[in-house]
Each structure stands twice: as C-alpha cells, then as structure tokens.
Write a protein that binds this ligand. Structure first.
Ligand SMILES: C[S@@+](CC[C@H](N)C(=O)[O-])C[C@H]1O[C@@H](n2cnc3c(N)ncnc32)[C@H](O)[C@@H]1O
Length: 216
C-alpha cells in the first residue's frame, strides 16, 4: 500500500530508474519473491543523501538478503566500510552469497544477533546510519545510533508511518499493534523535538525519517 494516491506513486515509480546489473537482478528478484527489501523510491532517496554525506563508515540495522547494504556500498568513499546487523541465519547466508556476487564482500562486516544487544556492545563512529529492522525498537536503537553518529552525520529510518497507522488514535489501533504504534510515536516525537537534531518525516515508501545530528 502506498501513502500517496496510486496515480502519483505509479508516476514516481515509472519515472525513477531501478538498479542496473547484478544489483538490479537482485532487486527485481526480491520484489518478485516478496523478499523484504527497500522500495525503489527509498533507494533513490538514499542515493541522494549518500552522495551528499560521502560516507566512509555506514551502519545498517536490518540486512535481510543484503540488497540495501550492497546498494549503499556503491556510495562509500575509497577505503570505506559498511557494518550491517541481522538476527536471522537464513538471511545471513543469502546476504553472504549476494555480497560475493556484487563484489562488495571485503567492504562489509556482518554482525549477527538482536540489534538492541549488538548495538549496546559497539563503540565505532559512523557517518551514515540506516535503520530498517524491528520498527517497534527504533526508540531503543536511537540512543546507540546517536552515540555512534558523528556530528553532521545522518540517520535514515525506514517504514516509520506504518501504512498510516501511526497517525491513528491509540484506541483505534488493534491491540496486537498497540505497542509498536506507541513506540513509533515516541520515536517520531523524540526526533522531531530534540534540539540537537534536525529531522524530516517523508511519505516516501512506507514513510522515511531523515535525521541529522547537529550537535554532540
Ligand atoms: C526490512 S528487512 C531489511 C531489508 C534490507 N535493509 C534491504 O532493504 O535490503 C528487516 C530485517 O531486519 C531483521 N530484524 C528484525 N528484527 C531484528 C532485530 N531485533 N535485530 C536484528 N535484526 C532484526 C530481519 O531479520 C530482516 O532481515
């Protein structure tokens, strides 16, 4: 489901290029098989932001089959590196294969485990962080991401509008979705009101938040 009218999302989808070569094949296969990878319009947004930041160090939370990680490797500066986290062994095996196919295996470090635990153990510095896992935990990931993000760096968080449910009243949300609804609202309120951050919430894909760390 798109957050904007169908005619507009179809127009945007038609006009914006998809990935080419091996990455394009992985992208097409993933859409065909309903594997959980980023929307093409989110990839376009990442491309623009990554060209602006020119990162040497990228952190990704939520690797799946390695599509967005491989895509972002294309924007790393010379000698740059990407660290990506996932907890599912089946995803990790597929991602390993894909990193080899894309020729980026030497640029990527995979960390296996629950992101909340992995992040707590990490103490690196990053220029760019992409959050794309466990949407109910973004509020938990945020302090770790801000701790490791350099001043002036960007965090991009995917799927923050949850098919629009995030804007509904708490009482209207089915019980099983209430925790994620509450936590996502907390996340969006935090990034919108923290004076050390500049942020914007966009209706691209299923909602993307772009957050810049202005001050330490
Ligand atoms: C939407 S997919 C990531 C897609 C990927 N970024 C891409 O576009 O190619 C989300 C991934 O997050 C992983 N995940 C979910 N909860 C997690 C958690 N708490 N810790 C680590 N990984 C998690 C899932 O296994 C899944 O592979």
């Amino acid at each position: 489901m798109s957050l904007i009218p169908d005619y507009l999302s179809e127009y945007i989808d038609d006009i914006q290029p998809y990935c080419k070569g091996a990455l394009g094949e992985l992208q097409a296969q993933a859409y065909e098989e309903n594997l959980p990878i980023i929307h093409n319009d989110v990839a376009r947004l990442l491309a623009v932001l990554l060209e602006m930041v020119q990162p040497k160090r990228i952190l990704e939370i939520g690797m799946a089959v390695g599509f967005s990680a491989s895509f972002m490797c294309g924007y790393l500066q010379k000698g740059g590196h990407l660290v990506t986290i996932d907890r599912y062994p089946i995803m990790i095996e597929a991602a390993k294969e894909n990193f080899k196919k894309m020729g980026v295996e030497d640029m990527v470090t995979m960390k296996i485990g629950h992101a909340e635990e992995v992040l707590a153990e990490m103490d690196d510095e990053f220029d760019f962080i992409f959050m794309d896992a466990a949407k109910g935990k973004y509020i938990e990931f945020l302090p770790h991401c801000l701790r490791m993000l350099r001043k002036g760096g960007l965090i991009v968080a995917d799927d923050v509008l949850q098919d629009g449910r995030v804007a509904q009243k708490y009482e209207e949300i089915p019980r099983r979705q209430r925790t994620i609804h509450k936590r996502m609202n907390e996340f969006l309120e935090t990034i919108s009101n923290d004076p050390k951050l500049t942020s914007s919430i966009l209706t691209i894909g299923d909602g993307v938040a772009v957050i810049r760390k202005r001050e330490d």
